[in-house]
Design a protein. Structure first.
Length: 76
C-alpha cells in the first residue's frame, strides 16, 4: 500500500472527532439538547460515514494506475 492510499483512508477519523467535539461544545454552550438529535438520527450518521468511506475507496482506486497486461494467454 502506498503512502497516498493510506493517507486518503485516514481523513474520516479526524472529521468524526471534530464533529463529536462540535456536538459536545454546542451541548455545553446552549440549552439545545444535541444528544436528543444524535439519538434520533444515529442511523443517518452511520450512512454518512459509510458514504465517506466509499468515496475515499473509489478516489484511491482511480488514482492507482492499472497494471500493464502481459502477453495474451487466452486459449482459442
Amino acid at each position: 500500500m502506498s503512502t497516498s492510499q493510506s493517507r486518503a483512508g485516514s481523513m474520516a477519523g479526524p472529521f468524526i472527532l471534530i464533529a463529536i467535539g462540535v456536538l459536545f461544545l454546542i451541548h455545553n454552550l446552549t440549552q439545545f439538547n444535541i444528544f436528543h438529535l444524535v439519538g434520533r438520527y444515529w442511523p443517518l450518521i452511520l450512512i454518512v460515514v459509510g458514504v465517506i468511506k466509499l468515496v475515499e475507496y473509489f478516489r484511491v482506486s482511480k488514482q492507482v494506475p492499472e497494471q500493464e497486461q502481459g502477453p495474451d494467454t487466452r486459449l482459442p
